[in-house]
Design a protein around this ligand. Sequence first.
Ligand code: SF4
Length: 236
Amino acid sequence: MDRKEKNKIKKYLLLQRDLGFDEFYLPESSRRPRKITVKRLGIDNFAEAESVDQLEATIKRCKRCPLGKTRTNFVFGVGNPEADIMFIGEAPGRDEDLQGMPFVGRAGKLLDKMLAEIGLNRNEVYIANILKCRPPNNRDPEQDEVDQCLPYLTKQIKIIKPKAICSLGRIAAQRILQTNMALGAMRGRWFDYHGIKFMVTYHPAAILRSNSYLPGALEDLKRLLKTVNPRKTGMK
Ligand code: SF4
């Protein structure tokens, strides 16, 4: 199925959802899971990947930095590979490392609630981290780990081509924008990341520590959605 056909099906399903349908009945034959094989490139040629699936298949056994030896699971990213909005956090935590998915612990659940508050869900966006493996005890990423891993994220962004990126927290923003600016100085501004709008908000884990950040974070997300899709009606 090519991208055009996929877009047509996506539009049809979104229309059905907007009309209030939440279940679809498929003929038995179409429910059988199909095994999709993705050609894996040599890891040194990951930049040639043409899809997120191919990129993931190519880099998922990476051990370029020491975190490759201590991780339980490689955490690539999740969501719609054609999303207009991409969220980028710092690194997998304990739950993410155990499940191999980004933002699945308490902070992830809060992110889901925040998305719901602006009328989105995680299937409509794409979520990733600057590191694909968990730093022990959730310590901050070391510069050499970021140097090794960031090219994977850069490639992921190039494939997804979002209209806007929202950094969840200071560290992801500082590493991506290569700046030492404080979070307070970055929030409320748009940056340009290779032609993609880039903004920063609080990391959901920080909001869990201090609920006083929540209203500001929701305002940031509303501004993000308004910029990317001013006609989106689901906003509360
Ligand atoms: S953190 Fe990135 S560079 Fe380090 S081993 Fe994991 S995937 Fe490779």
